[in-house]
Design a protein around this ligand. Sequence first.
Ligand SMILES: [Zn+2]
Length: 214
Amino acid sequence: MIRVDECWAVFIKITIARVDSLRREMKIEILTYGHPTLKQKSESVAGMTPEIRGLIDRMAEAMYSNKGVGLAAPQLGQLLRVVILDVDQVKSETKPRAKGKLHVLINPEILWESQEDEPYVEGCLSIPGVDGKVYRPAQIGVRFRNLRFQDKEMQAEGLLARVIQHEVDHLNGILFVDRLGFTQRALIAGKLSKLRKGIRHPISDERREDKFIF
Ligand SMILES: [Zn+2]
C-alpha cells in the first residue's frame, strides 16, 4: 500500500523537476555573433532607475547561469553602457564554481593604459565555441558609476583589466574577434560563418567550468 506522505514526496519531486526545467527554458537569451546589435555603440546611462536595476539583475542572472565572468548590456540587446563582472569565481576539485564579488560598472571610461601589452586567450558568451589570443594593455585605470551612481575610479590588472577592456569593447560595438590578426581570423572563419547562420557550437559544462568566458 502506498502511503499518502510518499505520494506527496513524489508529487513535490516531480513539481521541483518541472519548475527547474521551465527555468532552464526561460533562460535569458544572450545575443550571438551575427546579431546587428552587437556591432552598435551603446548610450550612456543618465541615472539609476528601476529599469537599470532590473537590467543589472537580468545581466547577473545571465552571466552566472552561463558560467561567464563578465557581461555587457548589448549582449542582452540593450544598447546601454552597463557592464558587470565577477573574476573572483572560484572552482574547487569537487564543487562547481562559486560566486565571488560582483562589480557593476556604469558608463565605464578607460582613463589610462599601461605601455606593455599582454596576450590572453579570450572567449565570449556571444561567440560560443570560439576563442583567440588577444593582446591588450596589462594595466588600466577606469572611471565609472557604481550601483548608487556614485563617481568611482579604480586601477585594474590581470584578468580584471582584461575583462573590463573586453566589456568596454562590447559597448563600442567591438568584439574580440575584431582584434585578432589575419592568421587567427582565418582559422576561426568557418566557425564564425556558421554562427552567422545561427549554428551554435555546443560548449561542454567542463569547458565552461575550466575557462573564463566573457
Ligand atoms: Zn564578450
